[in-house]
Write a protein that binds this ligand. Structure first.
Ligand SMILES: [Zn+2]
Length: 164
């Protein structure tokens, strides 16, 4: 697997210490926008990563606050898988990527930024997308702003849901 070099991610790791869990959020629409939550199902949610590896970097997490995969019930895992599928489908429609990296880091040693709340990373990939990543600078090269991506993806999700 190709690794995208993302030096700004250190800010994410440093800024997250001692704060409330980013995945445990109240269910108000206003809060959704603020926390970049795109979608919420019975047991899981889809969220934009504020410090993306690439444009359209989303996260899919269970609502249950746990860092332990074995603590999820079959129902919760099933729901999580359905949302993963929805996320891939959404990104395909919105951004036409050529591939995806999907993964879960469990534990700090494995690279988890948030260790006590499980989450999948879904990163859309395009040929050559590592070429323009900043290697020596702190500049974030993400072609679209987070707000713009949020608007685009949430309206697309609404359309997908209406179609069933
Ligand atoms: Zn949590």
């Amino acid at each position: 697997m190709d690794h995208l070099w993302a030096p700004w991610r250190i800010k994410y790791i440093l800024s997250n210490k001692g704060e409330d869990c980013i995945f445990c959020v109240k269910s108000s629409p206003k809060e959704n926008r603020k926390r970049l939550i795109l979608y919420r199902s019975e047991y899981s949610l889809i969220m934009l990563n504020r410090f993306p590896y690439n444009s359209g970097h989303l996260m899919v997490a269970p609502l249950k606050h746990t860092g332990n995969l074995e603590k999820l019930t079959a129902e919760e895992l099933g729901d999580l898988s359905v949302l993963l599928r929805k996320t891939v489908s959404l990104l395909r429609k919105a951004m036409d990527p050529q591939g995806f990296n999907i993964g879960m880091n469990i534990g700090q040693v494995a690279g988890a930024g948030v260790t006590d709340h499980l989450h999948f990373h879904v990163v859309p990939r395009w040929i050559g997308d590592t070429n323009f990543m900043p290697v020596a600078s702190e500049t974030i090269v993400v072609p679209e702003s987070l707000e713009k991506t949020f608007e685009k993806l949430s309206s697309l999700l609404e359309k997908m849901d209406r179609r069933g």
